[in-house]
Design a protein around this ligand. Structure first.
Ligand code: ASP
Ligand code: MG
Length: 407
């Protein structure tokens, strides 16, 4: 008899019919002898609707009140799911984050879970009750309602699984697993049976949107086996797990992630001296703008240039800051380009293979795609290219690494 935590996302509980379908699915697993803890998101679109209401009244609402507001979406779905389960003859009980209690810090809108009191849940489980917990929310030490950031229900599920020492945490969503790349771009993309936490974190940080990255980090840290499954079609989904040393052959590349969320800035003709990079990039990060890829070059005349990427939304502010620094330093020029995309190949097998980067660059060269920037980690190689060639690059790389072949 296993203890399973399941999380159902917004589309999975988006209507009364879908909530009924979830209840039937939960009943089937419960009748198979499992102890069940269910976390749900708000009905799809609900969190955005609530944020929209707030904006109509106040363009800078207090974060504390925002949390009181947006946490209601999940309170609706826990109650409705319990009603559906009870109608099917199951014993079930709903809990808000505060009732559990899921204790967080006081950072409204992006709170972090500190501790979960699992006693009430455990007592229910011992009596055969199906426990339904609101995702995305918690409570701080002063009893204020907090929320964990958009997509935070994934983190709630993982944290509950860790606290209850669950056998598996299953994330039910509208896709049937983690794919080698986005099937909307590459029709031959296939579902992975297994992917490691590390790979999943890289995939998520490079643009794959299947799971909230914090949830994967949390699961990796506590060794919670995580499985992504579809609420609409049956299947094994994708298991996200620790690296399995017995696995005979690790794929060099497990997946290709990409995003169009970044923009590139370059400052040219600055002194090649200690402290200059700190001054340039410090002015950007002091404004709380996240910098991703950074490249510095020194020209023949000993002047330096720095190129870096930021989120596209931050481009106007970052460019203004860079122009004022450029004036201070007497730089030659500042250029900005928002029509870029980042493509990354990810795989733990890279650790033990040479020539992976060269092969990637060769593949892009064959397609006539120019590489603007390169960044690597132990298990990832990412390049920044012209946005126009993004889909071509992803398709070519997918074919190059034989990712369409079933393993
Ligand atoms: N309802 C919240 C959101 O839309 C949390 C979640 O869905 O995980 O971001
Ligand atoms: Mg969601």
């Amino acid at each position: 008899m296993a203890l399973i935590v399941q999380k159902y996302g917004g589309t999975s509980v988006g209507s009364v019919e879908r909530i009924q379908a979830v209840a039937e699915k939960v009943r089937a697993d419960h009748e198979n002898g499992h102890r069940m803890v269910i976390t749900v998101s708000a009905m799809s679109g609900e969190t955005n609707r609530l944020i929209g209401l707030a904006r109509q009244l106040n363009d800078a609402p207090a974060l504390r009140e925002m949390d009181v507001l947006v946490s209601t979406g999940e309170q609706v779905t826990i109650a409705l799911l319990c009603m559906a389960l009870q109608k099917l003859g199951m014993r079930s009980r709903s809990y808000t984050g505060g009732q559990v209690a899921i204790e967080t810090d006081s950072a409204h809108g992006k709170a972090r879970i500190k501790r979960i009191d699992e006693h009430r849940l455990q007592a229910d489980l011992n009596e055969g009750v199906i426990v339904v917990v609101a995702g995305f929310q918690g409570v701080d030490e002063h009893s204020n309602i907090t929320t964990l950031g958009r997509g935070g229900s994934d983190t709630t599920a993982v944290a509950l699984a860790a606290a209850l020492k669950a056998d598996e945490c299953q994330i039910y969503t509208d896709v049937d697993g983690v794919y080698t790349t986005d099937p909307r771009v590459v029709a031959e993309a296939r579902r992975l049976n297994v992917i490691t936490f590390e790979e999943m974190i890289e995939m998520a940080s490079q643009g794959s949107k299947v799971l909230q990255i914090r949830a994967v980090e949390f699961a990796g840290k506590y060794g919670v086996p995580l499985r992504v499954k579809s609420s609409f079609v049956d299947g094994p989904g994708t298991l996200i797990t620790l690296e399995d040393d017995e696995q005979m052959e690790k794929p060099v590349v497990s997946g290709i992630a990409f995003n169009r969320d970044e923009a590139k800035l370059t400052i040219r003709g600055i002194p090649d001296q200690p402290g200059v990079a700190a001054q340039v990039l410090g002015s950007i990060s002091d404004a709380n703008i996240e910098i991703d890829v950074i490249v510095q070059n020194v020209a023949k005349d000993n002047s330096a240039s720095i190129t870096f990427t930021v989120n596209r939304n931050d481009l106007p502010q970052a460019e203004a800051l860079l122009r004022s620094i450029a004036a201070e330093l007497g730089a030659e020029e500042v250029t900005a380009d928002s029509k870029i995309a980042k493509v990354a190949i990810v795989g733990v097998g890279m650790r033990s293979h040479a020539g992976v980067a060269a092969r990637m660059f060769e593949c892009l060269a064959e397609e006539g795609i120019n590489i603007q920037l390169i960044t690597t980690s132990e298990i990832k190689i990412a390049v920044v290219i012209d946005e126009r060639y993004l889909e071509l690059a992803v398709r070519a790389l997918h074919a190059k690494y034989d990712l369409e072949r079933l393993r």
